[in-house]
Design a protein around this ligand. Structure first.
Ligand code: 5GP
Length: 175
């Protein structure tokens, strides 16, 4: 499958890191009112694996986001295409994001969710590309730091393709 994509982080390493993040979150949120906010579409695979590694009563909400940009570049202008279905006032919200690139999307989502008066809002990101930071955002739980390359797989797309790859990879040029 997808021989034109080279592996950057294989499925076993992702699974191991997701287990570790789940254990940390389970420890930190014990006795609290946890709501995972899955940022669609890219975080759907990460959220479903992470949720199953959290051993606590919790809810999952989905936030549909469309980020306007040119090609593979984010502009930070974010349109909400699907909003939370229930209020999160008084809850401990954990935003689950596939990748923090410039930081503009997460900065916007933090501002938005804080207006909903949760008890707390934190960020869990699978990937971070520090080389491209335009705005510093707190990443409270982080899977992997990666170099400045456009990655696909494990929920991440390139023109809607590759989301179903079980690993994080790089599209070979010419494909
Ligand atoms: P930011 O606002 O932090 O620049 O961008 C965040 C969003 O841009 C991510 O949620 C993701 O949708 C997209 N993005 C940033 N870098 C990559 C990448 O390397 N691969 C893919 N597929 N999407 C990316």
């Amino acid at each position: 499958m997808a021989t034109n994509v080279s592996t950057m982080i294989d499925a076993d390493h992702i699974a191991q890191r997701v287990r570790e993040l789940g254990a940390e979150i389970t420890r930190d949120y014990a006795g609290r009112s946890l709501v995972l906010v899955c940022v669609l579409k890219g975080s759907f695979v990460f959220t479903s694996d992470l949720a199953r590694q959290i051993d606590l009563p919790m809810r999952v909400e989905f936030l549909g986001v469309r980020s306007y940009g040119e090609g593979t570049k984010s502009s930070g202008v974010v349109q909400i295409t699907h909003d939370l279905t229930k209020p999160v006032e008084g809850d401990d919200v954990l935003i689950v994001e596939d990748i923090v690139d410039t930081g503009l999307t997460i900065a916007h989502l933090l501002d938005l969710l804080r207006t909903r008066k949760p008890a707390s809002v934190k960020v869990c990101a699978l990937l971070h590309k520090p080389a491209r930071t335009r705005i510093q955002v707190p990443i409270d739980y982080l899977g992997f730091t990666i170099e400045d390359k456009f990655v696909v797989g494990y929920g991440l797309d390139w023109a809607e393709r590759y989301r179903n790859l079980p690993f994080i990879g790089l599209v070979e040029s010419g494909s």
